[in-house]
Design a protein around this ligand. Sequence first.
Ligand code: HEM
Length: 285
Amino acid sequence: MLGKLTVFLLFLLLVWGNVVSGLGAGLACPDWPLCYGQYIPPLKWDIILEKGHRVVAALTGGVLIGLCVQRLLRYRGWSRVLPLTAVFFLAIQILLGREVVLLKLPVNITTLHFGMAIAILSLALYMAFHDGAENRPRFSLRGISGVLFVLCFLVLVQSVFGAYVRHSGSGLGCGVDFPRCLGFWIPPHISGSVMIHLTHRLIAYAVLLTVIALTVSALITNNLGRIKNTLFAVLALLLIQVAVGAGVVYTELHVMGTAFHLLIALLILSAVAYAWFNNMKETGV
Ligand code: HEM
């Protein structure tokens, strides 16, 4: 229950943060941790959004710490490192959040801030599934578990790279063009934002091809039956994600489109992680 609540709050926080930055309200509170030096700042829409993000962040941090303490008491051996790492990442994330505001949204720090949020979410997903009572913590990279772990990592890298696309202003690096780029399949001059944008698309196709291969193998062999339905869900989410990515480009980065693109990315990460956890559980590692 605590695990699911933490994951839900992290989803809410990430998507909220995306909308805040998409609406240009990221610096509505110019100071930190207070807003205009007050606990209750002036009631303007952008300030309410930014302050609300901070309040949800504080609540999420509290619930996450609760989850980490509970798992620390239940886990044994190596797995106790995971809740401790999550608390450590949370501390870094709070400092990064402060730097994001005080340094006025520098690209590297905003991307790192997003990456840290995704790392915390990944640890929360692990702790939510492995409650330490019915499901003891497991870790395996053998066979399909290894493939699913690499896939998780690839989705994580793709998501952080997506944040880099966003914060470096490369969202329209290929112009308002998809599946081609600036009117070409391979543009004659690939540099700067074109390169950043194209790399994001290429990683997406690599993820999609891996998932298609796994799904086909689940259909023609019997040894992936335990994760077949999850693989179908991941494939469906990926196809939706490519369509939403195209929509983001064609709507010239509409705020709601980018927020939806992020939500689907979080669902893909969660579904792949679930497939990995379930595979380890069912194969009894
Ligand atoms: C595995 C598939 C994909 C995943 C997991 C993914 C994930 C992400 C994430 C997490 C972001 C950053 C959101 C944020 O910072 O809040 C992003 C940005 C972006 N993605 Fe993707 N993406 C995928 C595929 C695609 C595809 C196929 C396109 C097609 C063009 C695309 C276009 C974009 C664009 C344009 C942005 C920047 C939006 C902005 O500037 O606000 N993505 N992506």
